[in-house]
Design a protein around this ligand. Structure first.
Ligand SMILES: NC(=O)c1ccc[n+]([C@@H]2O[C@H](COP(=O)([O-])OP(=O)(O)OC[C@H]3O[C@@H](n4cnc5c(N)ncnc54)[C@H](O)[C@@H]3O)[C@@H](O)[C@H]2O)c1
Ligand SMILES: O=C(O)C(=O)C[C@]1(C(=O)O)C=C[C@@H](O)C=C1
Length: 364
């Protein structure tokens, strides 16, 4: 009997358990998450077989998967080194930075325990167990970090995650952090900085940002990502990201200078060079953007208002992936973001909620 212990049943952890379940239905999955609602959901939907609040439950495992924010992964690797784990266990993580994680895994490796740093290059700005899906990683790259482990350990991990249908790529922790610093961490900093600067720009006319069309929304989608996760990522890849921010600021200064000098050729070449590179990437290679469908509605500032909406959707068998209150001020209505997996679910929800006299604000 193969036993998996997984800590962190959010977007990534629950997507992995879903993929493992598909390929290895007989494996026992023990789940650990700080949020009791998450473990309850995971049990109810058979994503895990047992839930536990204790890391010590990992001693029974053949595979341990750490899928919490990076700082927590680092913490757990240190704790795991103190436990009497199975000699044959394979430990892996999904954290978005790898040098700091590998450093924290050293005490385990010194004890002869196999640790393989991992990172699926797919995800979303959505979080939590309800946003997870078995096909989240399909055709995405999945980085594995080169370490001194028995060759068959890589194969065993790949076999475990076969149901995720990823493209495996082996690289060093340093190469990994440089690469994802540029193509993932820096873009998240830029998106958040742009939203913050826009917010300041419109400080006296708060409606300004709401006028934004496709351009602003495309470049800032990832500014909706989880602040806990992203603080953890930047703090564990600080030296690299500091350098990459400087190089980006240089690029902005170049275009600022060209505009100040009214240098048409420089301005044209700035956009032309970018267009050529971006066009080469092609939409099909841009990575996994899961098709989530958002609906924004007014929610009255009344006790039970949220429950009334979720009950209405549940009664009509409409599956919600995520629910998020965006604004709620005393005595004023708030904005509720409802996320659906399928466009049809959202269309049904619009019909039902309109019929129940809720105001639909927008669909994204
Ligand atoms: N979101 C992405 O796009 C993406 C992609 C690849 C890798 N990652 C990495 O995957 C990891 C998880 O990210 P996610 O997007 O699934 O986040 P998430 O917020 O959806 O899930 C994290 C889960 O961990 C739980 N958790 C947090 N602290 C905990 C603790 N101390 N003990 C037990 N459970 C705890 C949370 O309750 C939550 O269920 C992060 O390390 C992140 O860097 C994220
Ligand atoms: O699609 C998104 O929203 C993501 O941000 C996914 C994304 C990224 O592409 O930067 C985010 C963090 C990861 O570690 C890997 C993937």
């Amino acid at each position: 009997m193969t036993t998996i212990f997984i800590k962190g049943l959010g977007l990534i952890g629950s997507s992995l358990t879903r993929a493992i379940r598909k390929r290895h239905p007989t494996f026992t999955i023990i789940g650990n998450d700080a949020d009791p609602q998450t473990t309850a959901y995971a049990l109810k939907h058979h994503l895990i077989d047992q839930s536990t609040r204790e890391l010590t439950a990992a001693v029974a495992a053949d595979f341990i998967i750490l899928a919490t924010p990076v700082t927590e992964i680092i913490n757990d690797l240190q704790q795991l080194a103190q436990l009497p784990l199975k000699k044959s266990v394979i430990i892996t993580d999904v954290g978005s930075t790898k040098q700091a994680v590998l450093k924290a895994a050293l005490p385990l490796q010194e004890k002869g325990i196999t640790f393989i740093g991992g990172h699926p290059m797919a995800g979303s700005h959505k979080t939590g167990v309800t946003a997870g899906r078995a096909d989240l990683f399909e055709n995405a790259f999945y980085f594995m970090i080169k370490t001194k482990v028995p060759d068959d350990a890589y194969l065993a991990l790949q076999n475990l995650l076969q149901g995720a249908h990823v493209k495996w790529l082996l690289l060093s922790a340093q190469e990994h952090d440089q690469l994802v610093g540029q193509i993932s961490h820096l873009p998240h900093v830029i998106a958040a900085a742009l939203v913050n600067q826009t917010q300041v720009f419109f400080a006296d006319s708060p409606l300004g940002m709401r006028m934004a069309a496709g351009g602003f929304k495309s470049i800032t989608r990832i500014a909706s990502s989880d602040p806990t996760m992203w603080s953890s990522i930047l703090q564990s890849n600080s030296a690299i990201i500091i350098q990459q921010i400087s190089q980006y600021v240089n690029e902005l200064q170049k275009i600022q200078k060209a505009i100040m000098e009214d240098d048409h050729d420089q301005i044209f070449s700035f956009f032309k060079t970018a267009k050529n590179s971006r066009d080469e990437l092609g939409p099909e290679k841009v990575g996994q953007l899961p098709n989530f469908f958002d609906l924004f509605i007014n929610i009255p500032d009344q006790v039970g208002a949220l429950a009334a909406i979720t009950q209405l959707l549940a009664l009509n068998k409409i599956n919600l992936v995520n629910i998020h209150i965006l604004e709620i001020r005393e005595d004023l209505d708030g904005v509720l973001q409802l996320t659906f997996m399928r466009e049809n679910d959202r269309a049904q929800a619009v019909k039902i909620l309109t019929h129940a006299h809720y105001t639909i604000l927008r669909k994204d």
